[in-house]
Design a protein around this ligand. Structure first.
Ligand SMILES: [Fe+2]
Length: 254
C-alpha cells in the first residue's frame, strides 16, 4: 500500500490540485489529510468537494474546530487574520459542508499501521518546531497510543516539513533531513514522526505545495515539494476581499 499524505490545504485549490495530480501520477492507493482543509484562502467549497470526491481520509485541524466554535457562539483562539478568513469560510460553506467538517475525528489510526494527528499526539493545537518538542510528542505517542501503530505518525499544523526518529532503548532522538525527493527508510525498532508541511500555505520560505508518499511495503517515506500556480490563488484571495497579507505570504512561503 502506498499513501499520499498531506495537510493544511487551507482552501487553496491550486495547491491541492497540484498535490492530487502528482499523487495520481505516482499511482498511490489512498489519500490522507492531517487537517485544516479550510481557512485563510478563498476556495473552501471546491477544496472540500475535491477531498470528498477522492475519498481522502481526513482529521480535523484547529481551523475546523474554530469553525465549530463560531457555529456554537464561541470566539476561536486565533489571530485576527485567521479569524477574518474563518468568518469568510463560514459564510461560503453551506451547512452540510460545515456539518461534514465538524464530524471529522481529531486523530485517526490507519490500517492498524500508523496515526494521523494535526498538531501533536499530545494535543491537536500543539506545534512541534524542534527536537525538544518532538521528544515530548514521542513520549505522548508511546504512552497514550497502543502499538504497533504508534511506531509511526504524521502531523501538520506548523506548515513546514520536518522528520524525527526516536529509539526508546537508546533514548536517541534524531531530526532527519528533508528535501524534495528525499526518501527516508523506516527502520524497525524506531518510532517516526513526519510533518508533511502544507499544500495550501507553506511556511518554509518557498512558495511550494508539499506532501509525502508512504510506502508500507518498501517501508520508506518520500517528500515532494511542488511548484503550483500561487499567483492564481493570490488573485482569488484578493478578489474575495480577504486580507492582503494572506495573499502576500503565499508568494513568500511564510
Ligand atoms: Fe494550518
Amino acid at each position: 500500500m502506498r499513501f499520499a499524505v498531506f495537510s493544511d490545504v487551507h482552501s487553496n485549490l491550486e495547491g491541492l490540485q497540484a498535490v492530487m495530480a502528482e499523487a495520481e501520477r505516482l499511482d498511490v492507493d489512498g489519500y490522507l489529510c492531517c487537517g485544516d482543509i479550510v481557512g485563510y484562502n478563498a476556495d473552501p467549497v471546491p477544496c472540500v468537494d475535491l477531498i470528498r470526491e477522492r475519498k481522502v481520509a481526513c482529521i480535523r485541524g484547529n481551523h475546523e474546530r474554530g469553525l465549530q466554535d463560531l457555529e456554537e457562539g464561541r470566539l476561536p483562539n486565533m489571530n485576527p487574520l485567521a479569524l477574518e478568513a474563518l468568518h469568510f469560510t463560514r459564510e461560503r460553506l453551506p451547512e452540510e459542508y460545515r456539518k461534514w467538517l465538524a464530524s471529522l475525528p481529531d486523530h485517526l489510526r490507519v490500517e492498524d499501521s500508523f496515526y494521523l494527528f494535526h498538531g501533536s499526539p499530545a494535543h491537536p493545537d500543539e506545534y512541534i518546531f524542534d527536537p525538544l518538542e518532538a521528544a515530548y510528542a514521542f513520549r505522548s505517542l508511546i504512552a497514550d497510543y497502543p502499538p504497533p501503530a504508534n511506531l509511526l505518525c504524521f502531523i501538520g499544523h506548523t506548515h513546514v516539513c520536518a522528520a524525527y526518529s526516536y529509539e526508546p532503548e537508546k533514548r536517541r532522538l534524531v531530526e532527519l533531513p528533508v528535501s524534495d525527493g528525499c526518501s527516508c527508510p523506516i527502520r524497525p525498532g524506531a518510532h517516526y514522526m513526519f510533518n508533511v508541511g502544507s499544500c495550501g500555505q507553506y511556511r518554509g520560505g518557498i512558495p511550494a505545495a508539499t506532501f509525502a508518499v508512504l510506502d508500507l511495503e518498501e517501508m520508506t517515506l518520500e517528500y515532494r515539494f511542488l511548484s503550483y500556480d500561487y499567483a492564481e490563488t493570490q488573485r482569488k484571495v484578493l478578489n474575495a476581499g480577504l486580507p492582503v497579507p494572506l495573499a502576500r505570504r503565499l508568494g513568500l512561503g511564510l
